[in-house]
Design a protein around this ligand. Structure first.
Ligand code: SAM
Length: 444
């Protein structure tokens, strides 16, 4: 007797392949304009990959996004004319193949054969000869072409290059771009800062001058690291850990954390003994904040509200505003941002930041510190917001930040006394995210 397989038992898609998944993720970002985090969260096939393949797919997409300008320049040298827009998938396949060949160091036969395997069906099927010719040429000549490219500039969208050169000088713009071209390390903030040395030993981490723990890249999934389940630490870039400290001692104080989710800074404030009210407009992100605090056995009141308008029942004794921004200081962790954000997006973000900062000052009691922070390298979102809000008559003044408040690192304090971290700071340790933070004091 023959047994036929019921139709429902036949998988409706071939077994997941890391490169196939990487191709679809790249297209979700570049063509679908989803953030990489969103694309990863929506990609169900990732869960079917084993841990190594999952890490490979993620790394291949993130590196291709980081080095997109370089990849396109190399591919362009092999083509007589650009591929038509409708054959965007061929360009994306070439990007992934070139990234493996020339950046990730994948053995050439695997990089070429696996790229061709993805060109067996669909629009790209007629392009197998072209794909082979381009990748074989790059295998022969790509390394010397790569050595001649100004990769820092080529990998940076022109509007960012121009803005960073104007704000920080061209050599710093170059250093920023280079620092953002590689996978960043993993930084952790400890619940008990006193345990830094022993946790560093357990995790194979180093203790940065600012107190954060730093693990080298490629340490696998965060939730599998020692201390995750017991809530001993949370993931937070070393620069992101600085703004909350600028409020000074907060134990026992009523502190407002405006734009709080997913709660890295709320955790710091709660761990320092503050009574925190965490405000965010996004209920899903606030739910994640609560989950994160629960894992750490910390507590905060949460409020779903618009930080441009909401006021606490009583003025706060300290206010932190970590405003939504272009996030151009976090390109090394979120390389998709370079391709999704445009200069034209800034004015509407800046308008919100100004309303939020004016409201944050209004939420503070007389004499209270108000810290304004953004993870952006754009001056429009940092010093220019603060200057505009004060010029419009907000009752507060700027206060200098001392290098001792940020681990003694004088290079992190700008001429005005604001915190200005750049991706190229602490380069010998693997860099920092770019943050701007200014401490204001509410008038008495
Ligand atoms: C930079 S993130 C905050 C990161 C957070 N402070 C931390 O340390 O984990 C900005 C947050 O602002 C929130 N947000 C955006 N617009 C808002 C608004 N009008 N009112 C309140 N929150 C807002 C977003 O939902 C997002 O969670």
């Amino acid at each position: 007797m023959s047994v036929s397989t019921p139709a429902s038992a036949v998988p409706s898609f071939p077994p997941a392949n890391a490169r196939r998944v990487a191709l679809d993720l790249l297209r979700a970002v570049l063509r679908g304009r989803h953030s990489l985090d969103e694309a990863l969260a929506n990609e169900g096939r990732l869960a079917q990959l084993d841990v190594r393949d999952r890490a490979f797919a993620r790394h291949l997409v993130a590196t291709s996004l980081r080095r997109l300008g370089t990849l396109d320049a190399l591919i362009a040298r092999c083509l007589d004319r650009p591929l038509k827009r409708e054959f965007g998938i061929v360009q994306d396949l070439l990007r992934l193949g070139t990234c493996q060949l020339l950046i990730l160091g994948t053995p050439p036969h695997a990089a070429v054969a696996e790229t061709l395997r993805l060109a067996e069906k669909g629009k790209q099927a007629g392009f197998k000869k072209l794909i082979t010719a381009v990748l074989r040429r790059l295998e022969r000549e790509g390394a010397s072409w790569l050595a001649d490219l100004d990769t820092a500039q080529v990998d940076t969208p022109a509007w960012l290059w121009d803005s960073w050169s104007a704000a920080y000088g061209e050599s710093t713009a170059r250093a920023i771009a280079l620092a953002q071209s590689v996978e960043p390390p993993l930084d952790l903030s400890l619940l008990d800062a006193g345990g830094a040395e022993s946790w560093a030993e357990r995790l194979g981490a180093t203790v940065l001058p600012t107190g954060s723990l730093r693990l080298p890249t490629g340490r696998g999934e965060v939730a599998r690291l020692p201390g995750f389940d017991e809530g001993a630490w949370w993931v937070q870039d070393a620069a992101a850990a600085l703004p909350a400290r600028l409020l000074g001692p907060v134990a026992g104080k009523r502190v407002l954390d405006l734009c709080a989710a997913p709660g890295g800074k709320t955790a710091q404030l709660a761990a320092a003994g503050a009574q925190v009210a965490a405000v965010d407009a996004d209920p899903d992100r606030l739910a994640r904040l609560i989950e994160n605090l629960n894992r750490l056995s910390l507590a905060a009141a949460t409020v779903t509200a618009d930080a441009c308008r909401w006021r606490p029942p009583r003025p706060a004794e300290a206010v932190l505003l970590d405003a939504p921004c272009s996030a151009t200081g976090t390109l090394r962790r979120h390389p998709d941002i370079a391709h999704l954000k445009r200069a034209e997006d800034l004015p509407s973000i800046v308008a919100v930041q100004k309303r939020m900062l004016a409201n944050a000052i209004a939420c503070a009691e007389p004499g209270a510190p108000v810290v304004y922070a953004v993870c952006s390298l754009q001056p429009e979102e940092g010093p220019e917001v603060v200057a505009a809000v004060l010029a419009a008559g907000a009752p507060a003044s700027c206060e200098r930040i001392d290098a001792d408040e940020v681990g003694g690192l004088t290079e992190l304090i700008d001429g005005e006394g604001a915190l200005r971290t750049l991706p190229c700071h602490l380069a010998q340790h693997g860099g920092l995210d770019g943050f701007y933070a200014r401490r204001l004091r509410k008038a008495v």
